[in-house]
Ligand binder design. Structure first.
Ligand SMILES: Cc1cc2nc3c(=O)[nH]c(=O)nc-3n(C[C@H](O)[C@H](O)[C@H](O)COP(=O)(O)OP(=O)(O)OC[C@H]3O[C@@H](n4cnc5c(N)ncnc54)[C@H](O)[C@@H]3O)c2cc1C
Length: 466
């Protein structure tokens, strides 16, 4: 297998074929709006979409630092699925039933994204094959079975547990001993979705300014080098880039995730792998992987790589470290040995946001008109849509156009969390955590025991994950 010709960065593989979209005009100067949205990823664009659909006369301005889809929304693994960061903690804080309602809302959200994409003629290569998560060590299998049982307890009665043979009938992965499959998932092309959304939102009459970085958000003001947008509501939708805004350095930690994409694989290789259902594929390792079979028959596979850059710095247009590319390639070949000769066409990375308690949130501060949604960790492709519909409802409630709704009553609404520690503790903590996860994964690979390695348990506790 060769990585000599691998494109590294260029935002992501998802832009390799069609290129990045034609740029929109920056903010021309000071303007007023009813609502100003900062960030043109899924969160910002879905929010603009639902607000404009609900109240067509609203004057909505989206400000985007680079171009719509520059962030995680144009770089992700394309798993549209029903996972939401923090559900189990919300169950502890608000009770099991509240968390079941949150889970049900997420299940519905997968359907909602598929529905709107169809309604708006957004061809995002959506394929509803569900999500298949596999185990390949005894400890992973024990975690997988426990995870399966928990998901059923949260209302996913249609989830299916499979043994080694049945798993291989779906996808042949070296050493896989079992899997759990959920129908609440689809594979998609992330950049096609975000581009289609931006176009749809613009067609509805929302104003989008690109190449317009917001330097500071204050009540009723979004300040940029080109002027200030004044609006009663300012919504921060900047996820992994949030630390770059004045006063937000320790709000959410920008965590990297990296991916590789192979060349299109020939039928002879697919014959050895199967994967005809094109399920979104993941595993139960602590430093977990995620993958999809693309519409043009490549494998796009991601994992953690270098988890975090000192001082909450973000990447350079998606470039990732050579060591990460090698590690992801090794993982690919370990899963699918017949890909050993395949070219790796592209490698890239992106940032997602991790709150101190690993819980996604959506908030509208009614006293200031400031709102935000995010902290999705690695599960934002669907969650952003639920966040957007919730922000719509919160704003409609606040402006007296509607009352509370099922969405505004969900337990992640207006959740508060403390900030991350200052440097160097942030850097040391995250790197120690991932070093512990990698060691735990290695030890579990050779251990016949079903117990999760104690190092991983300790890392979970220190990181505040459980
Ligand atoms: C490599 C990778 C793989 C992933 N895979 C999956 C997956 O398979 N499934 C899943 O559910 N989730 C996945 N995620 C997470 C998911 O992609 C994100 O949660 C989701 O895209 C977040 O959308 P967003 O709009 O909140 O943030 P983003 O898409 O990051 O958008 C934020 C936007 O704000 C802009 N911005 C930032 N700062 C400013 C500023 N100061 N002024 C103006 N604009 C600004 C940025 O340029 C960016 O366009 C993955 C993430 C990564 C990085």
């Amino acid at each position: 297998m060769s990585t000599v010709s691998t494109v590294n960065g260029g935002i992501s593989f998802w832009y390799a074929k069609e290129g990045t979209p034609a740029p929109r005009e920056p903010l021309p100067g000071d303007v007023s709006a009813d609502i100003c949205i900062v960030g043109g990823g899924y969160t910002g664009l879905w929010t603009a979409y639902y607000l404009k659909k609900a109240v067509p006369f609203l004057n909505i301005t989206v400000l985007e630092a680079k171009f719509c889809g520059y962030g995680a929304s144009g770089r992700n693994g394309g798993w549209l699925y029903n996972g939401i960061a923090g559900r189990d903690r919300y169950a502890k804080l608000h009770g099991h039933d509240a968390a079941v309602r949150l889970q049900q809302a997420m299940n519905d959200t997968v359907d909602e994204v598929v529905r709107v994409a169809a309604d708006e003629n957004i061809d995002a290569d959506i394929h509803r094959g569900g999500v298949l998560e596999v185990a390949y060590t005894p400890a992973q299998l024990a975690r997988l079975k426990a995870f399966h049982a928990v998901e059923i307890a949260f209302g996913e009665k249609d989830r299916v547990l499979r043994g080694a043979r049945e798993t291989a009938e779906r996808i042949r992965i070296t050493g896989a001993v079992g899997s759990t499959w959920s129908p609440h998932g689809a594979r998609l092309h992330p950049a096609k979705l975000v581009k289609g959304l931006a176009d749809a939102v613009e067609a509805l009459g929302v104003t989008i300014h690109e190449s317009t970085p917001v330097t500071e958000i204050k009540p009723k003001h979004a300040i940029t080098p080109y002027g200030t947008v004044r609006a009663p509501y300012i919504l921060r939708c900047t996820e992994g880039f949030t630390a770059g805004l004045k006063g937000q350095r320790r709000t959410w930690l920008p965590m990297n995730s990296s991916m590789i994409a192979t060349e299109p694989l020939p039928a002879s290789v697919w014959d050895t792998i199967g994967w005809e259902g094109r399920e979104a594929l993941g595993d139960m390792a602590h430093a977990y992987m995620y993958a999809q079979r693309t519409a043009d028959d490549r494998i796009a596979l991601g994992g953690r790589g270098v988890p975090y850059r000192f001082g909450s710095a973000t990447d350079n247009d998606g470039r990732t470290q050579p060591a990460t590319i090698e590690a992801l390639r090794d993982l690919l070949v370990r899963f699918f040995p017949t890909t050993a000769g395949a070219r790796i066409d592209h490698a890239w990375s992106g940032v997602l946001a991790v709150p101190r308690d690993w819980c996604a949130t959506v908030t509208l501060d009614r006293s200031t008109g400031l709102g935000w949604a995010g902290g999705y960790v690695g599960s934002g492709v669907a969650t952003t849509n639920l966040a957007a519909r919730t922000l719509r409802d919160l704003i409609q409630q606040d402006s007296g156009q509607a009352g509370p709704t099922d969405l505004t009553a969900l337990p992640w609404v207006n959740h508060k969390v403390r900030r991350w520690e200052p440097e160097p503790f942030r850097w040391l903590g995250v790197h120690a955590m991932y070093a512990a996860y990698r060691t735990a994964d290695r030890r579990e690979t050779t251990s016949p025991r079903p117990d999760t390695d104690p190092l991983a348990r300790a890392a979970d506790r220190i990181a505040g994950r459980h």
